[in-house]
Design a protein around this ligand. Structure first.
Ligand code: PLP
Length: 384
C-alpha cells in the first residue's frame, strides 16, 4: 500500500461520502428538477447536502451554491464580483501567492476588461498582512481576493482582520477568499469571517472530485457565471450533481464532527515530523506553516526531483510544491523571496485524518536514508 502524503492535492473519499454517493446514484438518481416523487427525493438530497456543508461553514444554507470545483467558485466570484462592483472602480487587490484559479482569472480581467491589478508580496512566512492590504487599498478598489490557507506552504492569512480593515476603509469593496485549503482544516466560520464570497472544494475534504461550493453573503446579488436552466435559484445553471452534493454534505458533516480531534492530531503529527526532520537533517528548512495538515520543507542543495524519485521507489507519495502547476519554479515560493536553491529542494507533505504516525515516521526515515545514500553515491561518483 502506498503511503499517501499528498492530501493538499486531493484526499481519499471517506466512507460516509462514498455511501451517500452510491445511494444517490443507485436509488435517488432522478433529476432534482423533475416534478415527480423521485425528482423531489433527489431535490431533498441536494438540500440536505447544502444544509450539511452550510453547517460546517457556519452560514445559512441559502448562502451556499454548488459548483463543479474550487476553480469554478474562484472564477465565478472574481469574474462576476469584479463586473458587479465595477461601478465603484476597477481596482482589484490580491496577492502573488494565490492559487492559479485566482491569478489566471485576475490576469484575464486585467488584460481583457481593463481592471487594474495590485498583487501584494507576502510576508516572509507566506501570509499577507492586514497592514499591507490597507496600504494598497484605493478608493477605486472594487474587489479584494486573498486566500485563507496557502496550498503550497500552509501559511495562514488572517482574513477576518483583513475584512474588518477593508470594511472600515473601503466599505463598497467586495471581499473574496479562497478557502479551499482552509475549510475543515483550520477554524472557519462564514459568520465571523466577514467575507462576501468564500470558495470551497469537496475533494480536499474527503468528498469526490468535481464538486465545490461558493458562499455568497445574503443580500449580495452576484450574477450567475453559468446561465441556462436556472438551477440553484437561477444562480448556477446545470443539472445538480446530486451524488456529488450528497457526498460533499456527508464528508462535511463527518469532517465537522471530528474537526477538533483531527486538527489536534494532525498538528501533533506535523510537529513530530518537523522535529524529527530538523534534528536529523542539518540545514533542512521548514517554510510557511500555520495550517496543521501541511508541511513544506526544503533541503537546499538537493533537488526535489531526486528526493521524489527516492520516495517514489519506497511507495511514498508527496508533492514538489503544488499539483496544479507543471514545470518551472513555484511562483508562490519565489514571491516569498526564497533563493532558487531553496525552492529547487522543496517537498510538500500534506496530511489527512487518516495519516498514521507510522506513515509520518516512514517519510522521515526515508529522507534520512536518502541523504545518506545519495550523498554516498555522489561521493563515489566524485572519486571516479
Ligand atoms: N484553490 C486552492 C487554494 C487550491 O488548493 C485548489 C486545488 O488545489 C483550488 C483552488 C482548485 O480547486 P479544484 O481542484 O476543486 O478546482
Amino acid at each position: 500500500m502506498s503511503i499517501y502524503l499528498d492530501n493538499a492535492a486531493t484526499t481519499a473519499v471517506c466512507p460516509e461520502a462514498a455511501q451517500a454517493a452510491l445511494d444517490a446514484m443507485t436509488v435517488q438518481y432522478a433529476n432534482p428538477g423533475s416534478p415527480h416523487a423521485m425528482g423531489r427525493a433527489a431535490a431533498a438530497l441536494v438540500e440536505r447536502g447544502r444544509a450539511q456543508v452550510a453547517a460546517a461553514l457556519d452560514c445559512r444554507p441559502e448562502e451556499l451554491f454548488f459548483t463543479s470545483c474550487g476553480t469554478e467558485g474562484d472564477n465565478w466570484a472574481l469574474r462576476r464580483g469584479a463586473e458587479y462592483n465595477a461601478r465603484h472602480g476597477k481596482h482589484i487587490l490580491s496577492s502573488r501567492v494565490e492559487h492559479p484559479a485566482v491569478l489566471r482569472t485576475l490576469e484575464e480581467l486585467e488584460a481583457r476588461q481593463g481592471f487594474a491589478l495590485t498583487l501584494l508580496k507576502p510576508e516572509k512566512d507566506g501570509s499577507v498582512s492586514p497592514e499591507a492590504v490597507l496600504e494598497a487599498l484605493r478608493e477605486d478598489t472594487c474587489l479584494v481576493s486573498l486566500m485563507c490557507v496557502n496550498n503550497e506552504t500552509g501559511a495562514v492569512t488572517d482574513i477576518a482582520a483583513i475584512a474588518r480593515a477593508v470594511r472600515a476603509r473601503c466599505p463598497h469593496a467586495l471581499i473574496h477568499t479562497d478557502a479551499v485549503q482552509a475549510f475543515l482544516h483550520v477554524p472557519l466560520s462564514a459568520r465571523s469571517l466577514g467575507a462576501d464570497l468564500i470558495t470551497l472544494s469537496g475533494h480536499k475534504v474527503h468528498a469526490p472530485k468535481g464538486i465545490g461550493a461558493l458562499y455568497i453573503r445574503k443580500g449580495l446579488n452576484l450574477p450567475a457565471l453559468l446561465t441556462g436552466g436556472g438551477q440553484e435559484g437561477g444562480r448556477r445553471s446545470g443539472t445538480p450533481a446530486v451524488e456529488l452534493i450528497a457526498a460533499f454534505g456527508a464528508a462535511a458533516e463527518a469532517g465537522a464532527r471530528s474537526f477538533a480531534e483531527d486538527s489536534t492530531r494532525m498538528a501533533a503529527l506535523r510537529a513530530h515530523m518537523a522535529g524529527r526532520l530538523e534534528a536529523e537533517n542539518p540545514g533542512l528548512l521548514l517554510l510557511g506553516g500555520g495550517a496543521p495538515q501541511l508541511l513544506s520543507l526544503s533541503l537546499p542543495g538537493w533537488r526535489s526531483e531526486v528526493l521524489m524519485n527516492f520516495l517514489e521507489a519506497r511507495d511514498i507519495c508527496v508533492a514538489r510544491s503544488s499539483a496544479c502547476k507543471r514545470g518551472g519554479r513555484s511562483q508562490v515560493l519565489s514571491a516569498m523571496g526564497l533563493p532558487g536553491e531553496v525552492i529547487d529542494g522543496v517537498l510538500r507533505v500534506s496530511l489527512s485524518r487518516y495519516t498514521t504516525r507510522e506513515e509520518a515516521d516512514a517519510f522521515c526515515d526515508a529522507i534520512r536514508e536518502a541523504r545518506g545514500r545519495i550523498r554516498a553515491s555522489l561521493s563515489v561518483q566524485n572519486r571516479k
